[in-house]
Write a protein that binds this ligand. Structure first.
Ligand code: SAH
Ligand code: SF4
Ligand code: F3S
Length: 456
């Protein structure tokens, strides 16, 4: 008998790890007849894959649950009820509270238990029984999720490492994702090969601290002990069809020499490094428990630039961490000027319950923090614009990912992760082609396909 088709709507918040996990949830639910849908209102199963990193991110979940309630109520009478599941980091951090605050939720499932979704959903349907599943079992998660993956397009994420042991005093990740854990190399290689065989040209290796990767070595290399990220990249670079590899997010203290050398040696390793520093003040870095100074961060960047001179550096910043004075903030501005970023993300400090930062004295006034954020962003935006403008006149290999917004236009990415728009045939989607950059804005580049330049 053909299996009954059911509609699955997944909304993803937060980091790329969640994007990856959402795809895997889709894969694990497909055999049960769940087909992805882009509308929540008539879905049979709605999953909110949530983020807890800042207060705003967590609150979005409760607003979304409020919007879902009438749809669930409307479906309740039809004999075809809607099941609502909350997954991800809010689920992990506030499982009990979600159940209390939002009775509309049927199921709460933490990031390490997605492989149990089919079973949990069945249970919910049967008895509205076990509703909370947030234990830590990363090994079980990946063992059960391994296997085939539906692929959507020419780029893909691949989680290689999860969790974090660093305990920066502002951050919830060690609590929501648990202790650091790396997947075995063989498992990663099998997944990368499978992606390549389905036409994926670019993979981004993911981890909360991806460069802390230390996975079990592949069969035949047991004597090596755990492999680091540099070694893994070298190994993955041999897979045919994978033209581009990226990785994110890294911690400055885990940029070892082998990884830095890989940036000089591996053509497929894209010249882009996201390396958060958070602050330019050593006093604040110490209070954040970052375990590095600004100077040591600069030294890492210098080494990376020596290995790969054109590398685009990106970063993360937090302003208004407890105790941050005007002088500390000035140090951040000076630091940003010294590094010269190609892109960066900057945030106002958000007090996260349960983290040490939340109970520190000298919390910074909201207005002061907003004003500092605006000043920092002005400098970062200027640098990003400058970096983009520096590409004008250059020829860059662009991986075309999809059609652009305008007819006849394509959208792709430069090696430096910049968005590139140019006119071209749709047959180029999934291909890498040379583009001469003719114009740049803060957020993207435009250019001419080489063939056109030659014809002109
Ligand atoms: N693992 C990465 C980043 C994880 S979170 C690292 O170690 O750098 C992504 C970014 O969110 C962080 O780099 C930080 O800039 C920001 N962030 C995390 N917690 C925050 C908080 N409580 N308030 C404001 N920004 C925060
Ligand atoms: Fe959070 Fe720090 Fe771990 Fe990054 S290194 S995930 S900021 S605790
Ligand atoms: Fe958010 Fe969890 Fe990622 S808190 S940033 S979804 S690891």
């Amino acid at each position: 008998m053909a299996q009954q088709r059911k509609k699955l709507f997944i909304k993803t918040y937060g980091c790329q790890m969640n994007v990856y996990d959402s795809e895997r949830m889709r894969d694990v639910l497909a055999p049960l007849g769940y087909e992805p849908s882009d509308r929540p209102d008539d879905a049979d199963l709605v999953i909110l894959n949530t983020c807890h990193i800042r207060e705003k991110a967590a609150e979005k979940v409760y607003s979304e649950l409020g919007r879902l309630r009438p749809h669930k109520e409307a479906k309740a009478g039809t004999g075809d009820p809607m099941t609502i599941a909350v997954a991800g980091c809010v689920a992990q951090a506030e499982g009990e509270e979600i159940m209390r605050r939002a009775p509309v939720v049927d199921l709460v499932v933490g990031p390490q238990t997605y492989h149990k979704l089919p079973e949990l959903i069945a249970q919910t349907h049967r008895a509205r029984g076990e509703r909370l599943e947030t234990e830590f079992e990363p090994v079980a998660k990946f063992d059960a999720l391994a296997g085939d993956r539906a692929v959507d397009g020419y780029t893909a994420f691949l989680t290689v490492q999860e969790g974090c042991d660093k305990f920066c005093t502002f951050c919830v990740v060690p609590y929501t994702r648990g202790a650091e854990w790396s997947r075995p190399v063989d498992q990663i290689v099998a997944e990368a090969r499978m992606l390549a065989s389905k036409g994926v040209r670019e993979i981004t290796l993911l981890g909360q601290n991806v460069n802390a990767f230390h996975g079990a070595p592949p069969a035949g290399h047991e004597a090596d002990g755990p492999w680091g990220l540099g070694r893994l990249l070298r190994h993955l670079s041999l897979i045919g069809g994978l033209d581009r590899i990226r990785y994110t997010t890294s911690h400055p203290n885990d940029m070892d020499d082998e990884l830095i050398a890989a940036h000089g040696d591996l053509e497929c390793l894209m010249p882009y490094l996201h390396l958060p520093v958070q602050s330019g003040s050593d006093k604040i870095l110490h209070a954040m428990n970052r375990k590095h100074t600004f100077e040591s961060y600069v030294r890492v960047i210098e080494k990376v630039r020596a290995a790969r001179p054109d590398i685009a550096i990106s970063g993360d910043f937090i302003v208004g961490f407890p105790g941050e004075t005007e002088a500390d903030f000035e140090a951040t501005l000076q630091g940003v000027k010294a590094i010269n970023y190609a892109s960066a993300f900057s945030f106002k400090y958000s007090r996260r319950p349960g983290t040490p930062g939340a109970s520190m004295p000298m919390q910074v006034d909201e207005v002061v923090a907003s004003e500092r954020l605006a000043r920092l962003q002005a400098v970062l935006e200027e640098q990003q614009g400058e970096f983009n403008r520096s590409q004008i006149g250059k020829r860059l290999p662009v991986l075309f990912e999809k059609a652009g917004r305008l007819p006849g236009q394509l959208h792709g990415r430069s090696p430096y992760l910049q968005s590139v728009h140019c006119e071209g045939p749709s047959g180029l989607i999934g291909q890498i082609a040379e583009v001469t950059i003719t114009d740049a804005s803060r957020n993207s580049l435009t250019g001419l396909l080489d063939a056109k330049v030659d014809a002109a």
